[in-house]
Design a protein around this ligand. Structure first.
Ligand code: PMV
Length: 348
């Protein structure tokens, strides 16, 4: 569907025609909660996070100059808010490049290659691809480096800051008011470790409470929020060490702990944030029982009911088969580590 926003038009020639591709990522050590800042619109996380970029799940975004702004998301219905966020983000990239005045108008077309069962976040790959594409479309002579692009992507969605790189990525929370030390960087490339992330879909449909609203509510009302924040740096450093030494039991144990702490903080929010359904717990119990049988998988889950299981490539087929057999499971996908995001020039 096409959604259009009128804006003052400018010469389409000022915009290069480009296509960017970014892959989705899943946090092994979670981010939940934003910190306040005197500078508006920075979207600074209250905790750092560590993620695995996923193969296959990706967003492709094209930008071309046009007489007016338009946004098309193939196969999906857009609300006005989503369209506004896209153009606000183009404005950020334009300003971030130091260009004066109004941004040239453009046509943006995106396609999400994400699972058929809905409810798996597309904001990470979406804002990462949009940032890369807009930067290439508007850059001219001055260019930003990847850390600066990641900081711009973060302003669209926190998890998007991690989707510029393949493999494993760490995003620092930082302390600076202006967000200058809130920076993401790659920890290890995709070929560092042959892991799988099995996505177990336990429902269809979009989540009830979006992550931005949920984080705000947890920060304001959850008595566990301070404990969640305080304990996260140890998880981050422990997970990084386990990743670099390829220690799956250690990484998996820290990952599960981070996930359960985040959900405990959500449960204790008022009104409670319960993103799980009954099947979510059934899958987690089935996973733990498989682990007792020697299939070493570890669970995580985000602001939604799906379970994501980290395991070795060797154990993935048997684990996927066991989890697919849990009653109510809609679909199971076994994904390997994904590549870096990229951008290319295309025909106008
Ligand atoms: O960046 P957002 O707004 O998509 O929030 C991401 C929050 C979690 O998925 C729950 C955790 C994370 O670090 O990705």
């Amino acid at each position: 569907m096409i959604s259009t926003q009128q804006n003052s038009s400018s010469a389409p020639g000022a915009v290069a025609s480009v296509r960017a591709v970014a892959h989705s990522n899943i946090a092994l050590v979670k981010y939940w909660g934003k910190r306040s800042s005197v500078v508006p619109d920075l979207n600074l996380p209250a905790v750092g996070s560590l993620s695995m970029t996923l193969a296959d799940l990706r967003t492709e975004t094209e930008i071309r100059g046009a007489d007016s702004d338009s946004f098309e998301l193939a196969g999906e219905t857009l609300d006005e808010g989503a369209t506004r966020k896209v153009f606000m983000h183009l404005d950020r990239v334009w300003a971030g490049l130091g260009h004066p005045g109004e941004r040239p108008t453009c046509a943006v077309r995106s396609k999400n290659y994400l699972p058929t069962a809905a409810g798996l976040a597309s904001s990470a790959s979406g804002f990462a691809a949009l940032t890369l594409a807009a930067h290439e479309a508007f850059a001219g002579d001055g260019r930003l480096d990847l850390a600066q692009l990641s900081a711009l992507a973060r302003r669209g969605s926190g998890s998007a800051a991690r989707s510029l790189w393949g493999g494993f990525v760490r995003l620092e929370a930082g302390l600076a008011e202006d967000g200058s030390d809130c920076i993401a960087a790659p920890l290890a490339p995709a070929n560092h470790w042959d892991l799988r992330l099995i996505v177990v879909h336990t429902a269809r449909g979009a989540k009830a409470v979006g992550s931005t609203g949920g984080m705000q509510r947890s920060r304001e009302t959850s008595p566990y929020f301070p404990a969640w924040i305080e304990s996260s740096l140890a998880d981050l450093n422990g997970a990084q060490a386990a990743l670099l030494t390829r220690d799956l039991p250690r990484l998996g144990t820290i990952m599960e702990h981070s996930c359960f702490k985040m959900h405990a903080c959500m449960f204790a929010t008022q009104p409670p944030l319960v993103y799980w359904n009954g099947r979510t717990l059934d899958v987690i119990h089935a996973l733990w029982s498989a682990r007792e049988d020697g299939l070493m998988g570890y669970a995580t889950s985000d602001a939604g009911p799906h379970v994501k299981v980290l395991c070795s490539a060797e154990h993935a087929p048997a684990l996927a088969a066991r989890l697919a057999a849990v009653p109510g499971v809609e679909a199971v996908q076994s994904l390997s580590t994904g590549p870096d995001a990229y951008v290319e020039r295309i025909e106008p």
